[in-house]
Structure formats: structure tokens, C-alpha cells
Design a protein around this ligand. Structure first.
Ligand code: PCA
Length: 294
């Protein structure tokens, strides 16, 4: 796992592991390694595919280059509330499971991050104020919206944000209140704009060969614990978001919505990105969005 031990995704995964241990009478004992300590975020998917580790948690939108469906959760303003995130997820799941299966992966559960906002060192009231700022990116959408707003995206693991801010490698973030809190964003940044651009998801995925070799009773226990973790994860995400917004404010950050002018400019960039995504995602992508909008 790529995120810190106290992060709600990591806590949820630990509870999932405990559930699996109990449900299999101790036969499956999953040990979680948070903070990218076993594999860094960007290496986790490959490590699970190749069987270097049987199970892992990954933000699949970071692999949108492999298949556009991985990026559907990060299409700007498509699903930026918890209800819509769950709805989009239910519409996406059948297609995503197919894509993962072809890659030798089995989906266990998925949990959304809180809505994504923008962190800066100063007031930003329009896209013109962002020009030239080096901003940390974690997937295609963060990189593309940065380009469209004149910023310079730099791909950095979540575990390295604090250091990258301190050394001036980056001067802005696009992420949740939670990751801002996890990274002590207030040490270098002063403003959090609650843009609510999208809600990317972490997915817990297993190696297909490992999975296939399990007896049905163990598969059932894993599925049952996964369903529980998916439901609990949404609630944990909501609670963590509230707590993080409070923590940012308590550490003297300005937490505020974007100005109307900025919001309109970001919507425009979002519309461009939506067109780009629809064009590359083809019929499979259209089917997912149609199912979501039904
Ligand atoms: N935190 C993760 C992904 C989205 C989020 O809120 C990160 O910044 O890496």
C-alpha cells in the first residue's frame, strides 16, 4: 500500500485483513505494508500482476495509459460527490473487472478518496494566477488539468510530497484534504481551494493465479470481507474528509471554495478533458458513462 498507516484507506485495509483472517479460520493472514514500504505506489500494480506480492492497493487512474477505463473516476466534475462516486463505481465495475481479468488481476474492493482540491502558497482567483507553478501530479487528470491551467506538473509519490514541498521541487498540490493533512501541507502552503474536481479511487487487487488456486470457501470469505470493506471505506472516507478539513483550518490554512471566475475556468478545462476522455475511451467508455447517467 502506498499511503501512510494512519490514512483511512490503510486502516480500512488492516480491518479487511483481520476480517479475512477470521473468515478463513487463520488460513489466510494478510500483512499490510503501508507507506510504499514494500512497493512504491507506482510499482504496486505490476508487483501484483507478476505475483511478487499476492495482493495490493493501487490508485488505478495512475494507469490510465494502459486503458482509459482506469481513468473514469478522474474525469473532471463527472462524479464529485460521494453518492455520485458510488453510482459511477457501480457503473464502472463490470468493465473494470473485465480489463483487470485480462491483465491477470482480480478486483476485491474499491474506496474513493475525498473530493480533490487545489493547494497554493497564495491567493489564486483565476487560472492566470497559477501560471508557471510547479504542481505535484499523481495521474493523467492531475497532469492534464495542470497543463491546461498553465502549471508545470511533476509526478511524485504521495509518500514524498512533504519533502518535495520543503525542497521547492513543487509549490502546489491537487489532492484531497486528507492527503494535505497526511503531508502537513500547512508547513509550506497556505490555501486549500475546495474545487471538488473528482474523487479518484484506490482499488484492492489480487493476483489472478493466486486467487484461482484458493478453495471456494476462502474465495467466499475474501469476497464477503471485501464487500464489507467497500461499504465501510466510503464512511471512513467521509469522516476522514471532515476531520482533515478541520485539521487544515486549525493549522492556519485558508480553506475556501474557488471564486466564481476560477470555478468557471476550471469547468472549461474540465469540459475539454471530458471530450478528450470520451474520444479515447470509445464504445466501452461510452457504455460506462451511459450506465452511470441512467
Ligand atoms: N490522495 C492521493 C490520491 C488522491 C488523494 O486524495 C494522492 O494524492 O496521491
Amino acid at each position: 500500500m502506498a499511503y501512510p498507516a494512519a490514512n483511512f484507506h490503510s486502516v480500512n485495509a488492516k480491518e479487511f485483513a483481520a476480517c479475512v483472517k477470521e473468515g478463513t479460520g487463520g488460513e489466510i493472514d494478510i500483512v499490510t505494508h503501508p507507506g510504499g514500504s514494500l512497493f512504491k505506489g507506482n510499482d504496486i500494480k505490476r508487483a501484483v500482476q507478476t505475483g511478487q506480492t499476492p495482493i495490493g492497493e493501487r490508485l488505478l487512474s495512475a494507469h490510465e495509459n494502459e486503458n482509459p477505463v482506469f481513468g473514469v473516476d478522474s474525469v473532471p466534475f463527472l462524479a464529485n460527490s460521494y453518492d455520485d462516486s458510488v453510482k459511477l463505481w457501480n457503473a464502472t465495475k463490470p468493465e473494470l473487472e473485465k480489463v483487470l481479468d485480462k491483465q491477470g488481476l482480480v478486483l476485491l474492493y474499491s474506496v474513493p478518496w475525498p473530493p480533490q482540491g487545489f493547494y497554493f502558497k497564495r491567493d489564486v482567483n483565476a487560472v492566470a494566477d497559477m501560471g508557471g507553478v510547479k504542481v505535484r501530479s499523481y495521474n493523467n487528470s492531475t497532469a492534464r488539468i495542470s497543463e491546461l491551467t498553465g502549471m508545470a506538473p511533476v509526478q511524485i509519490e504521495a509518500a514524498e510530497i512533504t519533502q518535495a514541498l520543503a525542497t521547492g521541487v513543487i509549490g502546489a498540490l491537487i489532492t484531497s484534504a486528507v492527503t494535505g493533512q497526511d503531508s502537513k501541507a500547512w508547513e509550506q502552503l497556505s490555501h486549500f481551494y475546495t474545487v471538488e474536481a473528482w474523487m479518484p479511487r484506490n482499488h484492492v487487487i489480487a493476483n489472478k493465479s493466486t486467487w484461482s488456486a484458493l478453495p471456494d470457501s476462502q474465495k467466499a470469505a475474501l469476497k464477503d470481507c471485501a464487500a464489507k470493506a467497500e461499504a465501510a471505506g466510503v464512511e471512513k472516507s467521509k469522516a476522514a474528509n471532515q476531520a482533515a478539513l478541520e485539521a487544515l483550518a486549525k493549522n492556519n490554512m485558508k480553506v475556501l471554495p474557488p471564486s466564481d471566475a476560477l470555478a468557471a475556468e476550471l469547468r472549461k478545462a474540465g469540459a475539454t478533458m471530458t471530450d478528450e476522455w470520451v474520444a479515447k475511451a470509445g464504445d466501452a467508455g461510452k457504455a460506462v458513462v451511459d450506465a452511470y447517467k441512467k
